[in-house]
Write a new protein. Structure first.
Length: 74
């Protein structure tokens, strides 16, 4: 098995941390947008925000599962 040298290993770790940080930031922005839309829509319609948040959490789970599949399986 070919092992990367220390410099390449360090670059890979930094890249992985940067990707995870971007994903967290991106999902945080989506959550803020979702909360804003729930607040705006709830003023006009009577909806249950827990259902919308549950769908959002389910979407997060599927996105992380797909990301894990693509990064580690393929």
């Amino acid at each position: 098995m070919i092992k990367p040298d220390k410099k390449t290993k360090k670059k890979n770790i930094i890249t992985a941390i940067a990707i995870l940080a971007f994903m967290v930031f991106f999902l945080f922005l989506h959550f803020i947008t979702l909360e804003y839309l729930i607040g705006r829509y709830d003023e006009r319609q009577n909806i249950n925000p827990k259902i919308v948040r549950g769908i959002f959490v389910l979407m997060l789970g599927f996105s992380f599962a797909a990301n894990t599949f693509v990064r580690f399986i393929l």
